[in-house]
Design a protein around this ligand. Sequence first.
Ligand code: S3P
Length: 435
Amino acid sequence: MSGAKRLDWVSRPAASLHGDVVVPGDKSVSHRSMMLSAIAEGTSHIRGFLEGEDTRATAAVLAQLGVSIEAPSEGERTVRGVGLHGLRGSDKPLDCGNAGTGMRLLTGLLAGQSFDSTLIGDESLSKRPMRRVTDPLAGMGAQIDTQDGLPPLRVHGSRPLHGIRYELPVASAQVKSALLLAGLYAEGSTEVIEPHPTRDYTERMLAAFGWPIVFSPGYAKLEGGHRLRATDVVVPADFSSAAFFLVAASIVPGSVLRLPSVGLNPRRTGLLEALRLMGADISIENQSQSGGEVIGDLIVRHAPLHGVELPETLVPDMIDEFPALFIAAAVAQGRTVVRGAAELRVKESDRIATMATGMRALGVRIEETPDGAIIDGGAIGAGAVDSHGDHRIAMSFAVAGLLAKGEVTIGDCANVATSFPGFMELANSCGFALS
Ligand code: S3P
């Protein structure tokens, strides 16, 4: 969050956690629903839209490009789509804030327009690698200038693009989605092959908006030259936000929490499996389908956890949940080993380094490796940590404070608002002692 005043938190030990915890809408689905509604023909209604800074930044960018977006109530948006070729260029930079998803997907969307755009972001986003999208987009005929691979990005309108067959070197839903969005504007077919399947929201939502697309886990193919038809979207609650409460209730004795209507797309629920491997007691009730996604209530009860060698195949399915998992590992009995997760180093912060530094400050035994960490479970001490402006690190250390020997002070927490506005109030409502 550029220019925001620094916000520090204190998390104190708590007794046990109880109650229903309704977490906000899914960030990934919210970004995509806004982008596809904007370039569809007709008016789309979105319910459950995440009122976070990241997703609001995406909405603001599309409004700047001429899309009318109304917010009749919290979590609701009415988007008057302008059609595939209806966006209008803006002379001013398009500010994606802290959002890697926003910037990378918009880069794909803007690459095939007839106008030039400049995409900027905050300090953290300005350090995140963009060649992973700009290189394959260049292969489709896009012209994008970077600052040595980093933002700001100058996206030159290049019409038409041409399709590509691209094998991703690293599993990334953002890269896949950027190419598919560019593929809407390309001649011929765009085909994306992943080394490991990642979240398929873009594929599912394109189909829901009427664009012909073939996809299966790890594979997607579409052709340019079709139209998107306005559709109503229901955004499920974000599993990645639920994750903090899954870990919190698992580790604090006597806790029972219910998290209603959480999105359970299998490409997102790796942490569920990881925690169960560690001995967690998490069940699913009231499973149903909503907007083409499986949702369900998660019921989590305290259970003694033990360390695990995390199967590498789970990594892409829990890529945003490692900070929370590291806290579970810190209090589990025995050793937890994480490998194959080098991507953590290029998230909102270097999540391996930031977590390791903070955990060591709290007396946890953790050894960093290039692509993961080795964590020996034990006690968490009191102390001060810095989240480096990374929302998920801040919330993970808030969870650590629940079981610590004293106060945990967490620096630089304002960016929690990027993905989880109201986290502190919600956490305190079920028993956290966070201020
Ligand atoms: C996201 C994909 C993931 C994830 C991010 C959201 C998405 O990033 O970490 O929070 O919505 O597509 P990568 O594609 O870089 O793995």
